[in-house]
Design a protein around this ligand. Structure first.
Ligand SMILES: *[C@@H]1O[C@H](CO)[C@@H](O)[C@H](O)[C@H]1NC(C)=O
Ligand SMILES: *[C@@H]1O[C@H](CO)[C@@H](O)[C@H](O)[C@H]1NC(C)=O
Ligand SMILES: *[C@@H]1O[C@H](CO)[C@@H](O)[C@H](O)[C@H]1NC(C)=O
Ligand SMILES: *[C@@H]1O[C@H](CO)[C@@H](O)[C@H](O)[C@H]1NC(C)=O
Length: 208
């Protein structure tokens, strides 16, 4: 395990090599060839504003991770602590963003050859965008649960986004890196609401 701290955040990454022997796992999805990776609590690590007690920004009840920040907070996210560097990986999670939250990054693939992220998705006024301007989903996503799937084909250099099972977006990734999924809430550089919240449940990781 690595322990990385840059002052504003603290996160742990569980190396892929510490996972159980994947060839012993059952439960492969016959439709797409992905196999679910069994996750334990050790795979989930919280990164929070370093100066604030966790319970003032995070709750976990009935399987729902609720995370909220204010525009003047330090970064905050639920880190899916599982790094990867090759193959094809699929993130799945159900997300709920309340009306009023805007300019918030809710999920990202961290790591890239250049820059810090392979991709990230933000909510602006109920719409989902890839970074700042490119529209992923124009449906009003506020105040309801929706399923987000991110597929990162590392070898092919492609990232695909599905919302409620429908492909909405595909793009090139940003090159190899120490890659992992994060979901939670971060303020974008501009046009953010003072209060930002996202809730996540049923988080799963698959590998092909
Ligand atoms: C994984 O399990 C398979 C099947 O039992 C075995 O052949 C293989 O050597 C195992 N690999 C590792 C890295 O333990
Ligand atoms: C959010 O709530 C406000 C105030 O209730 C309402 O006017 C607005 O239409 C809502 N926006 C969306 C996208 O649901
Ligand atoms: C990457 O993250 C570091 C530390 O948070 C930050 O200083 C830097 O500006 C970021 N780089 C880019 C390209 O966003
Ligand atoms: C932010 O707000 C300004 C002024 O309303 C607008 O011109 C700009 O396009 C907005 N940016 C985004 C990312 O929505």
């Amino acid at each position: 395990m690595m322990n990385l701290s840059n002052g504003y955040s603290l996160y742990l990454i569980v190396l892929v090599s510490s996972l159980p022997n994947l060839s012993l796992l059952s439960g492969a999805d016959p439709t797409d060839g992905f196999t679910e990776i069994p996750l334990t609590e050790a795979n989930f690590l919280l990164q929070k504003p370093y100066d604030i007690p966790l319970e003032e920004r995070y709750s976990y009840e009935n399987g729902v991770h609720k995370m909220w920040v204010y525009a003047d907070d330090k970064p905050h996210a639920l880190v899916q602590g599982l790094d990867y560097c090759s193959g094809a990986w699929k993130f799945e999670g159900n997300v709920f963003v309340p009306n009023g939250t805007s300019g918030a990054t809710i999920v990202q693939i961290h790591g890239a050859a250049h820059g810090n992220t392979t991709m990230l998705l933000r909510i602006y006024n109920g719409e989902m965008r890839y970074y700042t301007y490119e529209l992923v989903d124009a449906t009003n996503l506020y105040d309801k649960w929706c399923r987000v799937n991110l597929i990162h084909n590392v070898d092919g250099g492609l990232v695909t986004v599905f919302i409620d099972g429908v492909q909405k977006f595909e793009t090139h990734d940003h090159g190899p890196g120490d890659l992992y999924f994060k979901c939670g809430v971060y303020g974008a550089p501009s046009n953010i609401s003072y209060y930002m919240e996202s809730r996540w449940k049923d988080i799963k990781i698959y590998k092909k």
